[in-house]
Design a binder for this molecule. Structure first.
Ligand SMILES: *[C@@H]1O[C@H](CO)[C@@H](O)[C@H](O)[C@H]1NC(C)=O
Ligand SMILES: *[C@@H]1O[C@H](CO)[C@@H](O)[C@H](O)[C@H]1NC(C)=O
Ligand SMILES: *[C@@H]1O[C@H](CO)[C@@H](O)[C@H](O)[C@H]1NC(C)=O
Ligand SMILES: *[C@@H]1O[C@H](CO)[C@@H](O)[C@H](O)[C@H]1NC(C)=O
Ligand SMILES: *[C@@H]1O[C@H](CO)[C@@H](O)[C@H](O)[C@H]1NC(C)=O
Ligand SMILES: *[C@@H]1O[C@H](CO)[C@@H](O)[C@H](O)[C@H]1NC(C)=O
Ligand SMILES: *[C@@H]1O[C@H](CO)[C@@H](O)[C@H](O)[C@H]1NC(C)=O
Length: 401
Protein backbone atom coordinates (compact mmCIF):
# COMPACT_ATOMS: atom_id res chain seq x y z
CA UNK A 1 0.00 0.00 0.00
CA UNK A 2 1.09 3.57 -0.46
CA UNK A 3 1.76 5.84 2.46
CA UNK A 4 1.79 9.53 1.92
CA UNK A 5 2.21 12.54 4.07
CA UNK A 6 -0.01 15.55 3.82
CA UNK A 7 1.37 19.02 3.45
CA UNK A 8 0.15 20.56 6.71
CA UNK A 9 1.27 17.55 8.71
CA UNK A 10 4.82 17.54 7.39
CA UNK A 11 5.10 21.30 7.45
CA UNK A 12 3.89 21.42 11.02
CA UNK A 13 6.40 18.72 11.93
CA UNK A 14 9.16 20.75 10.37
CA UNK A 15 8.20 24.01 12.00
CA UNK A 16 7.48 22.61 15.42
CA UNK A 17 10.25 20.04 15.46
CA UNK A 18 12.38 20.20 18.53
CA UNK A 19 16.04 20.90 18.02
CA UNK A 20 17.07 18.34 20.57
CA UNK A 21 18.70 15.23 19.21
CA UNK A 22 17.11 12.63 21.44
CA UNK A 23 16.74 8.93 20.94
CA UNK A 24 13.25 9.66 19.71
CA UNK A 25 12.57 12.71 17.66
CA UNK A 26 9.18 12.11 16.17
CA UNK A 27 9.23 15.21 14.03
CA UNK A 28 12.42 14.08 12.42
CA UNK A 29 10.95 10.69 11.69
CA UNK A 30 7.98 12.31 10.04
CA UNK A 31 10.24 14.37 7.88
CA UNK A 32 12.05 11.33 6.68
CA UNK A 33 8.83 10.28 5.00
CA UNK A 34 9.93 12.59 2.22
CA UNK A 35 12.77 10.25 1.38
CA UNK A 36 12.55 7.78 -1.46
CA UNK A 37 14.99 5.24 -0.06
CA UNK A 38 15.52 4.33 3.56
CA UNK A 39 18.82 3.04 4.80
CA UNK A 40 19.36 1.47 8.18
CA UNK A 41 22.44 1.10 10.31
CA UNK A 42 23.96 -2.34 10.67
CA UNK A 43 26.26 -4.75 8.94
CA UNK A 44 24.17 -5.27 5.79
CA UNK A 45 24.40 -2.71 3.06
CA UNK A 46 20.97 -2.19 1.64
CA UNK A 47 18.04 0.10 1.56
CA UNK A 48 14.28 -0.10 1.66
CA UNK A 49 11.77 1.50 -0.64
CA UNK A 50 8.92 2.11 1.80
CA UNK A 51 8.58 3.63 5.21
CA UNK A 52 5.95 4.00 7.88
CA UNK A 53 6.10 5.78 11.20
CA UNK A 54 3.20 5.58 13.67
CA UNK A 55 3.69 8.18 16.36
CA UNK A 56 1.57 7.67 19.46
CA UNK A 57 3.48 10.25 21.47
CA UNK A 58 1.41 13.39 21.04
CA UNK A 59 -2.15 12.43 20.22
CA UNK A 60 -4.55 15.28 20.94
CA UNK A 61 -7.56 14.52 23.12
CA UNK A 62 -10.67 13.57 21.23
CA UNK A 63 -14.17 14.74 22.06
CA UNK A 64 -15.14 11.55 23.88
CA UNK A 65 -11.84 10.90 25.64
CA UNK A 66 -8.96 12.84 27.15
CA UNK A 67 -6.99 9.61 27.65
CA UNK A 68 -6.60 10.04 31.39
CA UNK A 69 -8.34 6.81 32.35
CA UNK A 70 -8.11 3.20 31.25
CA UNK A 71 -11.24 1.60 29.81
CA UNK A 72 -13.05 -0.81 32.14
CA UNK A 73 -11.60 -4.30 32.39
CA UNK A 74 -13.23 -6.90 30.18
CA UNK A 75 -15.13 -9.33 32.39
CA UNK A 76 -17.13 -11.46 29.98
CA UNK A 77 -15.83 -13.90 27.41
CA UNK A 78 -18.81 -12.92 25.26
CA UNK A 79 -17.31 -9.49 24.91
CA UNK A 80 -15.33 -10.05 21.75
CA UNK A 81 -16.30 -9.41 18.15
CA UNK A 82 -17.70 -6.07 17.12
CA UNK A 83 -16.94 -4.25 20.34
CA UNK A 84 -16.68 -0.51 20.30
CA UNK A 85 -13.25 1.00 20.17
CA UNK A 86 -12.05 2.73 23.32
CA UNK A 87 -12.15 6.20 21.81
CA UNK A 88 -12.95 7.89 18.55
CA UNK A 89 -9.21 8.16 17.91
CA UNK A 90 -9.47 4.59 16.66
CA UNK A 91 -12.14 5.71 14.21
CA UNK A 92 -9.87 8.28 12.65
CA UNK A 93 -8.13 7.57 9.39
CA UNK A 94 -4.76 8.26 11.04
CA UNK A 95 -5.34 4.99 12.89
CA UNK A 96 -7.58 3.01 10.57
CA UNK A 97 -5.54 3.54 7.46
CA UNK A 98 -2.53 1.90 9.06
CA UNK A 99 -3.73 -0.46 11.80
CA UNK A 100 -6.35 -3.11 12.50
CA UNK A 101 -7.36 -4.26 15.98
CA UNK A 102 -8.14 -7.95 16.25
CA UNK A 103 -11.11 -9.29 18.20
CA UNK A 104 -10.96 -13.04 17.81
CA UNK A 105 -9.88 -16.02 19.92
CA UNK A 106 -6.16 -16.73 19.80
CA UNK A 107 -5.33 -20.44 19.75
CA UNK A 108 -8.87 -21.63 20.63
CA UNK A 109 -7.58 -25.03 21.79
CA UNK A 110 -5.53 -23.46 24.58
CA UNK A 111 -5.93 -24.38 28.23
CA UNK A 112 -7.06 -20.86 28.80
CA UNK A 113 -8.54 -19.08 25.78
CA UNK A 114 -6.86 -15.82 24.92
CA UNK A 115 -9.54 -13.47 23.60
CA UNK A 116 -8.40 -10.37 21.75
CA UNK A 117 -10.54 -7.35 22.52
CA UNK A 118 -10.77 -3.79 21.20
CA UNK A 119 -11.23 -2.77 24.82
CA UNK A 120 -7.60 -3.61 25.54
CA UNK A 121 -6.20 -1.15 23.00
CA UNK A 122 -6.29 2.44 24.17
CA UNK A 123 -4.43 5.72 24.33
CA UNK A 124 -3.07 6.79 27.72
CA UNK A 125 -1.82 10.18 28.73
CA UNK A 126 1.16 10.75 31.01
CA UNK A 127 0.30 14.07 32.53
CA UNK A 128 3.60 14.35 34.39
CA UNK A 129 5.37 17.45 33.18
CA UNK A 130 8.66 15.84 32.22
CA UNK A 131 7.11 12.75 30.64
CA UNK A 132 8.99 11.43 27.60
CA UNK A 133 5.83 11.69 25.54
CA UNK A 134 2.41 13.13 26.30
CA UNK A 135 0.58 10.01 25.21
CA UNK A 136 1.26 6.42 24.30
CA UNK A 137 -0.65 3.49 22.88
CA UNK A 138 -1.45 0.89 25.51
CA UNK A 139 -2.05 -2.84 25.12
CA UNK A 140 -3.60 -4.64 28.07
CA UNK A 141 -3.98 -8.26 29.16
CA UNK A 142 -6.06 -9.24 32.16
CA UNK A 143 -7.31 -12.49 33.68
CA UNK A 144 -10.90 -12.21 34.80
CA UNK A 145 -11.38 -15.97 35.28
CA UNK A 146 -11.80 -18.77 32.77
CA UNK A 147 -10.19 -16.81 29.93
CA UNK A 148 -7.58 -14.12 29.38
CA UNK A 149 -8.60 -10.84 27.80
CA UNK A 150 -5.81 -9.80 25.45
CA UNK A 151 -4.83 -7.41 22.68
CA UNK A 152 -3.50 -7.64 19.14
CA UNK A 153 -2.95 -5.09 16.42
CA UNK A 154 -1.76 -5.57 12.86
CA UNK A 155 -0.09 -3.04 10.62
CA UNK A 156 -1.98 -2.76 7.34
CA UNK A 157 0.97 -3.52 5.11
CA UNK A 158 0.88 -6.56 2.89
CA UNK A 159 3.58 -8.61 1.31
CA UNK A 160 6.41 -7.19 3.36
CA UNK A 161 9.57 -8.92 2.18
CA UNK A 162 12.51 -7.80 4.29
CA UNK A 163 12.28 -4.87 6.60
CA UNK A 164 13.58 -3.09 9.66
CA UNK A 165 10.92 -2.86 12.37
CA UNK A 166 11.27 -0.79 15.51
CA UNK A 167 9.11 0.20 18.45
CA UNK A 168 9.81 2.19 21.59
CA UNK A 169 7.91 0.44 24.33
CA UNK A 170 7.87 -0.69 27.94
CA UNK A 171 5.98 -3.09 30.14
CA UNK A 172 4.42 -0.70 32.62
CA UNK A 173 5.54 -1.53 36.14
CA UNK A 174 2.72 -2.16 38.59
CA UNK A 175 2.04 0.71 40.91
CA UNK A 176 3.63 3.28 38.63
CA UNK A 177 2.83 6.54 40.30
CA UNK A 178 0.82 9.13 38.48
CA UNK A 179 0.03 6.91 35.58
CA UNK A 180 -3.18 7.79 33.85
CA UNK A 181 -3.75 4.25 32.73
CA UNK A 182 -4.00 1.92 34.47
CA UNK A 183 -5.86 4.47 36.55
CA UNK A 184 -3.30 5.82 38.95
CA UNK A 185 -2.11 3.00 41.12
CA UNK A 186 -0.53 3.44 44.50
CA UNK A 187 2.49 5.69 44.34
CA UNK A 188 4.42 3.10 46.31
CA UNK A 189 4.64 -0.32 44.79
CA UNK A 190 2.58 -2.92 46.63
CA UNK A 191 3.82 -6.48 46.25
CA UNK A 192 1.30 -9.08 45.21
CA UNK A 193 2.87 -12.54 45.31
CA UNK A 194 -0.37 -13.99 43.99
CA UNK A 195 0.22 -12.42 40.59
CA UNK A 196 3.93 -13.21 40.44
CA UNK A 197 5.03 -9.67 41.13
CA UNK A 198 7.22 -8.18 43.80
CA UNK A 199 9.52 -5.22 44.21
CA UNK A 200 12.24 -6.67 42.01
CA UNK A 201 9.73 -7.96 39.46
CA UNK A 202 7.02 -5.31 39.37
CA UNK A 203 4.94 -6.92 36.64
CA UNK A 204 2.34 -9.66 36.84
CA UNK A 205 3.52 -12.95 35.37
CA UNK A 206 2.05 -14.94 32.53
CA UNK A 207 1.74 -12.53 29.60
CA UNK A 208 3.75 -12.41 26.37
CA UNK A 209 4.40 -9.24 24.41
CA UNK A 210 5.10 -10.05 20.77
CA UNK A 211 6.38 -7.79 18.00
CA UNK A 212 6.92 -9.83 14.88
CA UNK A 213 6.85 -10.55 11.18
CA UNK A 214 4.31 -13.24 10.39
CA UNK A 215 3.22 -15.29 7.41
CA UNK A 216 2.41 -18.53 9.22
CA UNK A 217 3.75 -20.50 12.18
CA UNK A 218 6.83 -21.59 10.23
CA UNK A 219 7.54 -18.24 8.53
CA UNK A 220 7.88 -15.86 11.43
CA UNK A 221 10.55 -13.77 13.14
CA UNK A 222 9.86 -12.53 16.67
CA UNK A 223 10.71 -10.26 19.52
CA UNK A 224 9.00 -11.58 22.67
CA UNK A 225 8.96 -10.32 26.22
CA UNK A 226 7.65 -12.84 28.76
CA UNK A 227 6.43 -11.24 31.95
CA UNK A 228 7.21 -14.41 33.93
CA UNK A 229 10.93 -13.90 33.12
CA UNK A 230 13.39 -11.88 35.17
CA UNK A 231 12.79 -8.34 33.95
CA UNK A 232 16.18 -8.08 32.20
CA UNK A 233 15.40 -10.95 29.78
CA UNK A 234 14.03 -10.99 26.23
CA UNK A 235 13.45 -13.72 23.63
CA UNK A 236 14.45 -13.59 19.96
CA UNK A 237 13.15 -16.33 17.67
CA UNK A 238 12.95 -17.40 14.06
CA UNK A 239 10.04 -19.83 13.80
CA UNK A 240 9.72 -22.75 13.82
CA UNK A 241 11.61 -23.25 17.07
CA UNK A 242 10.12 -26.69 17.73
CA UNK A 243 10.29 -29.87 15.71
CA UNK A 244 6.85 -31.42 16.09
CA UNK A 245 7.83 -34.81 14.69
CA UNK A 246 10.99 -35.16 16.75
CA UNK A 247 9.25 -33.59 19.77
CA UNK A 248 12.18 -31.38 20.55
CA UNK A 249 13.28 -27.80 20.34
CA UNK A 250 15.21 -26.74 17.26
CA UNK A 251 18.66 -25.77 18.47
CA UNK A 252 19.47 -22.12 17.89
CA UNK A 253 16.05 -21.05 16.61
CA UNK A 254 15.01 -19.33 19.83
CA UNK A 255 17.33 -17.50 22.21
CA UNK A 256 16.67 -16.04 25.62
CA UNK A 257 18.89 -13.01 25.97
CA UNK A 258 19.94 -10.90 28.92
CA UNK A 259 19.51 -7.36 27.68
CA UNK A 260 22.71 -5.27 27.53
CA UNK A 261 23.47 -2.30 29.76
CA UNK A 262 21.27 -3.62 32.60
CA UNK A 263 18.18 -2.74 30.59
CA UNK A 264 14.88 -3.98 31.98
CA UNK A 265 11.54 -4.57 30.29
CA UNK A 266 9.89 -1.94 32.46
CA UNK A 267 11.84 0.98 30.96
CA UNK A 268 11.29 2.66 27.61
CA UNK A 269 13.58 0.94 25.10
CA UNK A 270 13.91 1.06 21.33
CA UNK A 271 13.37 -2.54 20.29
CA UNK A 272 14.32 -3.40 16.73
CA UNK A 273 14.29 -6.42 14.48
CA UNK A 274 15.90 -6.37 11.04
CA UNK A 275 14.67 -9.09 8.73
CA UNK A 276 16.94 -9.52 5.74
CA UNK A 277 17.32 -12.27 3.17
CA UNK A 278 18.82 -15.11 5.22
CA UNK A 279 19.39 -13.30 8.52
CA UNK A 280 17.40 -11.74 11.35
CA UNK A 281 19.10 -9.23 13.63
CA UNK A 282 17.86 -7.83 16.91
CA UNK A 283 18.84 -4.51 18.45
CA UNK A 284 18.06 -2.57 21.61
CA UNK A 285 18.59 1.19 21.70
CA UNK A 286 20.69 0.88 18.57
CA UNK A 287 22.99 -1.85 19.88
CA UNK A 288 23.15 -5.11 17.97
CA UNK A 289 22.25 -7.82 20.49
CA UNK A 290 21.86 -10.99 18.42
CA UNK A 291 21.68 -12.28 14.90
CA UNK A 292 20.36 -15.56 13.58
CA UNK A 293 20.52 -17.27 10.22
CA UNK A 294 18.58 -20.42 11.18
CA UNK A 295 14.96 -20.54 9.98
CA UNK A 296 14.96 -16.95 8.76
CA UNK A 297 11.62 -16.46 7.03
CA UNK A 298 11.58 -15.90 3.28
CA UNK A 299 7.87 -15.44 2.58
CA UNK A 300 6.05 -12.10 2.25
CA UNK A 301 4.65 -11.28 5.68
CA UNK A 302 2.70 -8.85 7.79
CA UNK A 303 3.57 -7.07 11.03
CA UNK A 304 1.86 -7.78 14.35
CA UNK A 305 2.09 -6.61 17.90
CA UNK A 306 0.22 -8.50 20.58
CA UNK A 307 -0.05 -9.13 24.30
CA UNK A 308 -1.41 -12.59 25.06
CA UNK A 309 -1.47 -15.44 27.54
CA UNK A 310 -2.98 -18.91 27.28
CA UNK A 311 -1.85 -20.90 30.29
CA UNK A 312 0.64 -22.83 28.15
CA UNK A 313 4.24 -23.58 28.98
CA UNK A 314 5.54 -20.57 26.98
CA UNK A 315 3.37 -17.83 28.43
CA UNK A 316 2.66 -19.45 31.79
CA UNK A 317 -0.54 -18.53 33.63
CA UNK A 318 -1.76 -15.13 34.56
CA UNK A 319 -3.37 -15.36 38.00
CA UNK A 320 -7.03 -14.46 38.33
CA UNK A 321 -7.07 -10.69 38.80
CA UNK A 322 -3.66 -10.12 37.22
CA UNK A 323 -3.20 -7.27 34.73
CA UNK A 324 -0.34 -6.44 32.38
CA UNK A 325 0.00 -3.16 30.47
CA UNK A 326 2.42 -2.33 27.68
CA UNK A 327 3.02 1.24 26.53
CA UNK A 328 4.12 2.00 22.97
CA UNK A 329 5.44 5.40 21.93
CA UNK A 330 5.94 4.62 18.26
CA UNK A 331 6.21 1.89 15.67
CA UNK A 332 8.54 2.40 12.73
CA UNK A 333 8.95 0.23 9.65
CA UNK A 334 11.33 0.58 6.71
CA UNK A 335 10.47 -2.15 4.25
CA UNK A 336 10.40 -3.67 0.83
CA UNK A 337 7.51 -5.64 -0.53
CA UNK A 338 7.43 -8.66 -2.79
CA UNK A 339 6.67 -6.19 -5.59
CA UNK A 340 9.82 -4.17 -4.97
CA UNK A 341 11.90 -3.59 -8.07
CA UNK A 342 15.06 -1.53 -8.20
CA UNK A 343 14.76 0.19 -11.55
CA UNK A 344 12.70 3.11 -10.27
CA UNK A 345 15.15 4.16 -7.61
CA UNK A 346 17.53 6.22 -9.72
CA UNK A 347 17.45 9.81 -8.59
CA UNK A 348 15.52 9.20 -5.39
CA UNK A 349 16.28 10.98 -2.17
CA UNK A 350 17.96 8.60 0.20
CA UNK A 351 18.64 8.80 3.89
CA UNK A 352 19.69 6.81 6.89
CA UNK A 353 16.85 6.55 9.38
CA UNK A 354 18.98 5.72 12.39
CA UNK A 355 20.20 8.01 15.06
CA UNK A 356 23.79 7.07 14.60
CA UNK A 357 23.80 8.09 11.00
CA UNK A 358 21.33 10.76 9.98
CA UNK A 359 23.33 11.77 7.03
CA UNK A 360 23.08 12.26 3.33
CA UNK A 361 24.00 9.70 0.77
CA UNK A 362 24.34 9.98 -2.95
CA UNK A 363 24.49 6.29 -3.66
CA UNK A 364 22.73 3.33 -2.19
CA UNK A 365 25.13 1.35 -0.04
CA UNK A 366 24.76 -1.66 -2.28
CA UNK A 367 25.51 0.50 -5.33
CA UNK A 368 22.14 -0.22 -6.92
CA UNK A 369 21.23 3.41 -7.55
CA UNK A 370 22.56 6.91 -7.39
CA UNK A 371 20.43 9.59 -5.83
CA UNK A 372 20.21 13.23 -6.77
CA UNK A 373 23.37 14.81 -5.48
CA UNK A 374 21.99 18.30 -4.96
CA UNK A 375 21.73 19.10 -1.27
CA UNK A 376 18.33 20.67 -1.81
CA UNK A 377 16.91 17.20 -2.35
CA UNK A 378 18.25 15.75 0.87
CA UNK A 379 15.81 14.45 3.39
CA UNK A 380 15.41 16.49 6.49
CA UNK A 381 16.47 13.74 8.78
CA UNK A 382 19.26 15.70 10.33
CA UNK A 383 18.67 18.95 12.16
CA UNK A 384 21.43 20.47 10.11
CA UNK A 385 19.38 19.99 6.98
CA UNK A 386 16.06 21.07 8.37
CA UNK A 387 15.86 24.40 6.63
CA UNK A 388 17.06 22.94 3.39
CA UNK A 389 14.44 20.26 3.71
CA UNK A 390 11.71 22.81 4.25
CA UNK A 391 12.70 24.62 1.11
CA UNK A 392 12.84 21.36 -0.73
CA UNK A 393 9.40 20.32 0.51
CA UNK A 394 7.79 23.55 -0.53
CA UNK A 395 9.56 23.34 -3.85
CA UNK A 396 8.94 19.79 -4.84
CA UNK A 397 5.69 18.76 -3.16
CA UNK A 398 5.26 15.88 -0.82
CA UNK A 399 4.01 12.84 -2.56
CA UNK A 400 6.13 9.86 -1.68
CA UNK A 401 5.69 6.16 -1.55
C1 LIG B 1 -16.64 4.48 15.67
O1 LIG B 1 -17.36 4.31 14.46
C2 LIG B 1 -18.41 3.35 14.55
C3 LIG B 1 -18.94 3.11 13.16
O2 LIG B 1 -19.20 4.34 12.53
C4 LIG B 1 -19.45 3.84 15.53
O3 LIG B 1 -20.46 2.89 15.66
C5 LIG B 1 -18.77 4.03 16.89
O4 LIG B 1 -19.70 4.59 17.80
C6 LIG B 1 -17.57 4.93 16.78
N1 LIG B 1 -16.87 4.87 18.05
C7 LIG B 1 -16.45 5.94 18.67
C8 LIG B 1 -15.80 5.71 20.00
O5 LIG B 1 -16.59 7.07 18.24
C1 LIG C 1 0.50 13.69 38.87
O1 LIG C 1 0.68 14.66 37.85
C2 LIG C 1 -0.06 15.84 38.06
C3 LIG C 1 0.12 16.69 36.83
O2 LIG C 1 1.47 16.89 36.55
C4 LIG C 1 0.41 16.50 39.33
O3 LIG C 1 -0.36 17.65 39.56
C5 LIG C 1 0.23 15.55 40.48
O4 LIG C 1 0.77 16.11 41.65
C6 LIG C 1 0.94 14.24 40.20
N1 LIG C 1 0.66 13.27 41.25
C7 LIG C 1 1.59 12.48 41.75
C8 LIG C 1 1.10 11.51 42.77
O5 LIG C 1 2.75 12.51 41.41
C1 LIG D 1 5.43 9.49 33.06
O1 LIG D 1 6.47 10.40 33.13
C2 LIG D 1 7.21 10.35 34.34
C3 LIG D 1 8.22 11.46 34.32
O2 LIG D 1 9.12 11.31 33.28
C4 LIG D 1 7.85 8.97 34.47
O3 LIG D 1 8.52 8.89 35.70
C5 LIG D 1 6.80 7.91 34.37
O4 LIG D 1 7.43 6.65 34.40
C6 LIG D 1 6.03 8.09 33.10
N1 LIG D 1 4.99 7.09 32.97
C7 LIG D 1 4.98 6.24 31.95
C8 LIG D 1 3.86 5.29 31.90
O5 LIG D 1 5.85 6.23 31.10
C1 LIG E 1 4.07 -21.58 5.70
O1 LIG E 1 4.21 -20.97 4.44
C2 LIG E 1 5.23 -21.56 3.63
C3 LIG E 1 5.36 -20.69 2.38
O2 LIG E 1 4.11 -20.44 1.81
C4 LIG E 1 4.85 -23.00 3.32
O3 LIG E 1 5.86 -23.61 2.54
C5 LIG E 1 4.70 -23.75 4.64
O4 LIG E 1 4.26 -25.06 4.40
C6 LIG E 1 3.71 -23.04 5.55
N1 LIG E 1 3.73 -23.66 6.85
C7 LIG E 1 2.62 -23.95 7.51
C8 LIG E 1 2.78 -24.52 8.87
O5 LIG E 1 1.52 -23.75 7.03
C1 LIG F 1 -2.14 -22.99 34.12
O1 LIG F 1 -3.25 -23.29 34.89
C2 LIG F 1 -3.96 -24.45 34.44
C3 LIG F 1 -5.22 -24.59 35.25
O2 LIG F 1 -4.99 -24.33 36.58
C4 LIG F 1 -3.05 -25.66 34.54
O3 LIG F 1 -3.71 -26.78 34.02
C5 LIG F 1 -1.79 -25.39 33.72
O4 LIG F 1 -0.88 -26.46 33.86
C6 LIG F 1 -1.12 -24.12 34.15
N1 LIG F 1 -0.03 -23.82 33.24
C7 LIG F 1 1.23 -23.69 33.66
C8 LIG F 1 2.23 -23.38 32.61
O5 LIG F 1 1.56 -23.85 34.83
C1 LIG G 1 14.83 -3.50 -1.45
O1 LIG G 1 14.45 -3.53 -2.81
C2 LIG G 1 15.39 -2.93 -3.71
C3 LIG G 1 14.81 -3.01 -5.09
O2 LIG G 1 14.56 -4.33 -5.44
C4 LIG G 1 16.72 -3.68 -3.61
O3 LIG G 1 17.68 -3.06 -4.44
C5 LIG G 1 17.21 -3.64 -2.16
O4 LIG G 1 18.40 -4.38 -2.03
C6 LIG G 1 16.15 -4.25 -1.27
N1 LIG G 1 16.58 -4.14 0.12
C7 LIG G 1 16.80 -5.21 0.90
C8 LIG G 1 17.32 -4.93 2.26
O5 LIG G 1 16.58 -6.34 0.56
C1 LIG H 1 26.13 7.71 7.34
O1 LIG H 1 25.62 6.85 8.35
C2 LIG H 1 25.86 5.46 8.09
C3 LIG H 1 25.13 4.65 9.13
O2 LIG H 1 25.53 5.00 10.40
C4 LIG H 1 27.37 5.21 8.05
O3 LIG H 1 27.61 3.85 7.76
C5 LIG H 1 27.98 6.06 6.97
O4 LIG H 1 29.39 5.90 6.97
C6 LIG H 1 27.64 7.53 7.17
N1 LIG H 1 28.08 8.29 6.02
C7 LIG H 1 28.67 9.48 6.11
C8 LIG H 1 29.00 10.14 4.82
O5 LIG H 1 28.88 10.00 7.19
Amino acid sequence: MTFFTTYPYALRALLLGSLAIGSVDASRKRESQTCGAYMVSGPDPGYFQHYHFSDFGSIPSVQDNDFTAAPPLVTSAENREGQPSTSSFFNQTTWQEYWSIHDDVHKPDSLLPSIYSDQNVFIARNSTRDAETDTYLTLRASRPGAFVSTAEIELNVDQVLYASLRARLRVLPNGLSNLSAPTAGPAEYVADPDTGSDRSHPVDSGAVLGLFFYHNDTQESDIEILTRDPINQIHYTNQPDYDDSAHEEIAGASTEVTMPHDYVMTEWLDHRIDWFDGVSRWYINGDLVLDKTINTPSTPSTVFMNLWSNGGSWSGNMSVGAQVYVGVQYVELAYNTSQSVGSNDQGKESCYIDNDGFNKSTTAPDGTFTSVASSSRLCGVDNLYRVTALVALVGIGLSVT
